[in-house]
Design a protein around this ligand. Structure first.
Ligand SMILES: [Cu+2]
Length: 296
């Protein structure tokens, strides 16, 4: 680029104008192709199961499109520079330019503008997603090496009691949620930092020992979804999988009643089944533990 003013001095103005149109045409072509065929699933975005997708899916799509346009534009410029300034004879030496102030200002300012635009839209989407209606369900989630416990607080289906499910690395737990319901999640950790992530919810949040993180979202589409830990938390981090079932209210109440009947009443703060998998000696009996650490 920096040799432009000398090298192009040998070329007529019309040829210079023509060569400048090439990168612009390439960028426009790429943008059109991307815009024409776009939907979330085409770009490997998850099927949505919460209202957060209304805000975060367009954010992701916009970021993909912006990255695509910038990428194609940059590669177009590279190809153009390679062809335009290729060596034409063995003894040719290109003009030796030491600096080009306009170009340096441009490549300093352009990324700042790009980052500022991403930042603005991210904050905007985050604030819109945070703006949730009052929650009608509360789930206390406990992350433990290496699974999850789900406490359903004050459940109608269980006669107004707290009921729970405890998972182990060998037996992944299922989190039941009623459809079209605003749910508040309280996240606690028994041991190290985990992160609660349901890709279909378009949200994840760290689960930090000694602190309670909360977030609220509204479920939408009934279905079965994957959940996982997204913070590397130890040797069996990859087993911190769980299943999310978004179901109708009657099914949800039935599941709560089943937990009550199974005797899963109260609140659990984790599990002593930390190492209860093949190859690792178990330290505890595998029973859930209460707030004071005693086994139930
Ligand atoms: Cu984890």
């Amino acid at each position: 680029m920096s040799t432009d003013h000398r090298a192009s001095g040998r070329r007529p103005a019309a040829a210079r104008r023509r060569s400048r149109r090439l990168p612009r045409a390439l960028a426009a072509l790429a943008a059109a192709a991307v815009l024409a065929g776009c939907s979330g699933e085409d770009l490997a975005l998850p099927r949505s199961a919460s209202d957060n997708a209304d805000y975060y899916e367009p954010l992701w799509l916009g970021a993909w499109i912006a990255s695509g346009v910038v990428g194609v534009f940059v590669f177009g410029l590279m190809v153009w520079a390679v062809l335009r300034y290729r060596r034409r004879s063995d003894d040719e030496i290109p003009a030796q330019t030491r600096y080009n102030l306009p170009i340096e200002v441009l490549y300093t300012i352009a990324p700042v503008i790009i980052v500022a635009v991403f930042f603005f839209h991210t904050i905007e989407a985050g604030e819109e997603a945070d703006d949730s209606p009052e929650a009608s369900e509360q789930v206390l989630v406990v992350g433990q090496k290496w699974s999850w416990s789900f406490n359903y607080l004050e459940q109608d289906g269980a006669g107004g009691q707290n009921v729970y499910t405890v998972g182990t690395p060998a037996d992944r737990p299922t989190l039941y949620l009623p459809e079209d319901t605003t749910v508040e999640f309280e996240l606690r950790s028994q041991d190290v930092i985990h992160a609660f992530w349901v890709p279909a919810f378009y949200f994840k949040l760290d689960v930090v020992p000694g602190r309670e993180n909360t977030f609220t979202l509204t479920t939408t589409e009934p279905g079965t979804y994957e959940g996982r830990c997204s913070e590397l938390c130890g040797i069996y981090h990859s087993r911190m999988l769980f299943t999310v079932e978004v179901v109708d209210r009657a099914t949800f109440d039935d599941e709560m009643a089943a937990l009550e009947q199974a005797g899963n009443v109260g609140i659990v703060e984790g599990s002593s089944a930390t190492d209860d998998i093949a190859g690792v000696e178990s330290e505890g009996s595998g029973e859930p533990t209460t707030e004071d650490g005693a086994e139930q």
